[in-house]
Design a binder for this molecule. Structure first.
Ligand SMILES: NC(=O)c1ccc[n+]([C@@H]2O[C@H](COP(=O)([O-])OP(=O)(O)OC[C@H]3O[C@@H](n4cnc5c(N)ncnc54)[C@H](OP(=O)(O)O)[C@@H]3O)[C@@H](O)[C@H]2O)c1
Length: 164
């Protein structure tokens, strides 16, 4: 099972503020949707709560220390990352996505085979950060540039990295 990480991060590694995103990038949301549709997403409880409902056509696996936490039918609650991955392995999934937030990216990084990083050309204020990456461990395998426009506040590059 391939473990992929997907994130949009700023040049200063900011990924969020007040449990929300810090930019309007509709092309990146489209990319996130088309990349992850049909797949399982492993996420922290705060990221799960940052959207009104679970993301449609995806299965959320939510990590929390709260053993009484509940999610709608068809989704899963787990109390650690190991258990999240075990559920996905048991289902014999080919690929899963680590989809944040900051705490979960940091915890999952050593297990990740691929990172799909939207590198946003901005340095916004924020309270949640993507961890520092040791780039010598990663090869870039694709890069797609998007200019800023009326629906995309900043320009960005969607870069895919695989572990060496
Ligand atoms: N730009 C992006 O691509 C992107 C993607 C995703 C999220 N975000 C942003 O990231 C922010 C949220 O990230 P965050 O770091 O604050 O929170 P998070 O990683 O989404 O969730 C943190 C929660 O996960 C649970 N958790 C963490 N470590 C655990 C462990 N070892 N065992 C069991 N449970 C554990 C805890 O839940 P309990 O408190 O319930 O125990 C903790 O409060 C938001 O601003 C969101 O918009 C951005």
């Amino acid at each position: 099972m391939k473990i992929s990480l997907i994130v949009a991060k700023a040049q200063n590694n900011v990924i969020g503020k007040d449990n929300s995103l810090v930019w309007k990038l509709s092309a990146d949301l489209r990319h996130f949707k088309s990349t992850t549709t049909g797949h399982h997403l492993i996420m922290g409880r705060k990221t799960f709560e940052s959207t009104e409902k679970p993301l449609p056509n995806r299965t959320s696996v939510v990590i929390t220390r709260n053993k009484k936490y509940t999610v709608p039918d068809g989704h899963h609650v787990v109390t650690d990352l190991k258990e999240a991955i075990a559920i996905c392995k048991k289902k014999q999934l080919e690929k899963i996505f680590i989809s944040g937030g900051g705490e979960i990216y940091k915890m999952a990084l050593p297990l990740v085979d691929e990172m799909i990083i939207t590198e946003v050309n901005a340095q916004p204020d924020g309270d949640t950060y993507f961890p520092e990456i040791n780039w010598s461990e990663w090869d870039i395998v694709s890069s797609v540039h998007h200019d800023a426009d009326e629906k995309n506040e900043f320009s960005f590059d969607i870069n895919t990295y695989i572990r060496k």
